[in-house]
Design a protein around this ligand. Structure first.
Ligand SMILES: Nc1ncnc2c1ncn2[C@@H]1O[C@H](COP(=O)(O)OP(=O)(O)OP(=O)(O)O)[C@@H](O)[C@H]1O
Ligand SMILES: [Mg+2]
Length: 468
């Protein structure tokens, strides 16, 4: 096959102190369609190599001054990728061995056969092309900032891209782990949509969402009459995903009962609908994700060890965003485009710099939210630092922690809605330092409703005049 590089004329540097010999070799090369230059000694040759890149060097070994072998050492330093072929006198096996040990690409014996030289040169050119191609590929990968919908410029993201490419066609299970918002679901989608199953369904399932019984029938289906209300039989999500991928999110929350059933599905490649007595074969790739330390759950006994090993055939660990700051500006740009509704939003350099220094506990999702909010509030397409509300601003953090703790307490106390409204109203009043007008606004009610609920006005507060 002819590749473009084959058609480029190759240039060879011929080094020999014997003028007649040199010219003979040059003529031979030109005859074969190659370009050739000549040097009468090693020092001259090295000077030429310093300024020009040759595709190969063809040199005599025995020359006055620097020998061919000594020159070889210099070329290895100067142009490590340039192949050097040495010409040795017939029968001088020792110097041939020495040449190869010193790093020559090949040697030919003099007086030589035309073909022997040309064949050796062709091999040298081929190796050089391969090296060049490899280098280009490497450079292309290093410059890549996306794979499918995934953005990433960091070394760890590039590794993930490469891994996805390598395993997207396989049916092996994948366990994706990473903190919340690191892009676990996105990795699962990318695995599916870049592989051979792309034209078959991708079915995401959240394992926390439903109680065990319901979850089982969701996953595996049920037969008619399997339980009260099962008036017709229903296909499960595994069957819906036939030929494609099922993505079991938050797998660490799966109940022990369901864990055993899932293990059986992975072992037998068959599912059995709830209430049914027949198993049906399924061809589904199982990808799971968790933001927990599943190994620790296995140690603690809350997650089945055998299931863990079945699920963890290909582990993909997404590092938190703060450990790959190189990705932040690229992600920010992508989110600006995603939410910019066709407008050409950019980050001022100072803004990009500040984003890179944030801790991003909520990872890419948090960054996305921050960008989305900034776009909504900014008048300009170029976002300055003051247009961006950074996540570690203490106010925002404290309030959300308070709210979490508040809700936790409320749930623990099993309150009625009425009691909850009172408690929440108190909570909001606390957060406004007792300012009822502001509290009423947050609660979405009239200030007088607040008074009616028993939150009496302070002396300093006057009831608003009543309008019709
Ligand atoms: N590398 C990335 N490139 C582009 N977008 C990303 C990347 N990582 C995450 N996102 C975006 O961030 C958001 C959160 O990602 P995703 O839902 O996949 O995270 P997650 O790890 O599943 O989070 P959780 O643990 O909370 O479920 C999505 O909008 C996703 O598109
Ligand atoms: Mg998720």
């Amino acid at each position: 096959m002819q590749t473009p590089t084959d058609r480029i004329q190759r240039k060879v540097l011929v080094v020999d102190d014997d003028k007649a010999m040199r010219e003979m070799v040059v003529a031979l090369l030109e005859d074969a369609g190659h370009g050739a230059e000549q040097s009468a000694n090693a020092t001259e040759a090295i000077d030429k190599l310093r300024d020009h890149d040759f595709d190969a060097v063809l040199s005599d070994i025995r020359m006055p001054g620097l020998s061919g072998i000594e020159m070889l050492g210099e070329i290895r330093d100067l142009r490590p990728e340039t192949p050097v072929i040495l010409m040795t006198a017939f029968g001088s096996i020792d110097s041939a061995v020495e040449a190869m040990q010193a790093g020559a690409f090949d040697y030919v014996t003099k007086p030589f056969q035309r073909d022997a030289v040309l064949v050796s040169l062709e091999r040298a050119f081929e190796r050089r092309s391969l090296q060049q191609e490899n280098r280009q590929l490497r450079r292309a990968v290093d410059r890549t900032t996306s794979f499918g919908e995934m953005i990433g410029a960091s070394a760890s993201m590039h590794e993930i891209f490469a891994l996805i490419r390598r395993v997207s066609d396989s049916r092996a299970t994948v366990l994706i782990s990473g903190e919340s918002g690191t892009g676990k679901e996105l990795v699962a989608r990318t695995l599916h949509f870049s592989g051979s199953r792309a034209d078959k369904p991708f079915i995401p399932v959240n394992c926390t969402a439903l109680p065990e019984g319901l979850m089982e029938s969701e996953l595996f289906g049920h037969v008619r009459g399997a339980f009260t209300g099962a008036v017709a039989s229903k296909r499960g999500l595994f069957e819906e995903a036939e030929g494609g991928t099922i993505f079991l999110d938050e797998i660490g929350d799966m109940s022990p009962g369901l864990q055993s059933k899932l293990l059986r599905v992975l072992q037998d490649r068959q599912i059995r609908p709830v209430g049914g007595n027949m198993s049906r074969p399924v061809d589904v790739r199982v990808i799971t994700a968790t933001n927990r330390d599943l190994r620790a759950d296995v140690q603690a006994g809350s997650f089945r060890k055998d299931l863990f090993y079945r699920l963890n055939v290909i582990p993909i660990d997404i590092p938190p965003l703060r450990e790959r700051p190189d990705d932040i500006p690229h992600l920010a740009d992508a989110f600006l485009r995603k939410h910019g509704e066709g407008r050409n939003y950019t980050l001022a350099p100072a803004t990009a710099e500040r984003l890179t220094r944030c801790p991003w506990d909520g990872n890419a999702r948090e960054l996305e939210n921050v960008i989305e909010r900034a776009i909504a509030f900014s008048q300009n397409e170029r976002l300055e630092p003051e247009d961006i509300q950074l996540p570690d601003e203490p106010d925002a953090l404290d309030a959300s922690n308070d709210t979490d703790r508040f809700l936790e307490r409320a749930l623990g106390m099993q309150l009625t809605l009425n009691e909850l409204s009172k408690l929440y109203t108190n909570h909001v009043l606390e957060s406004t330092n007792g300012n009822k007008a502001r509290a009423a606004k947050i609660l979405g009610i009239n200030r007088r409703t607040l008074y009616r609920w028993g939150f009496a006005p302070n002396d300093s507060e006057h009831e608003e005049p009543t309008h019709a």
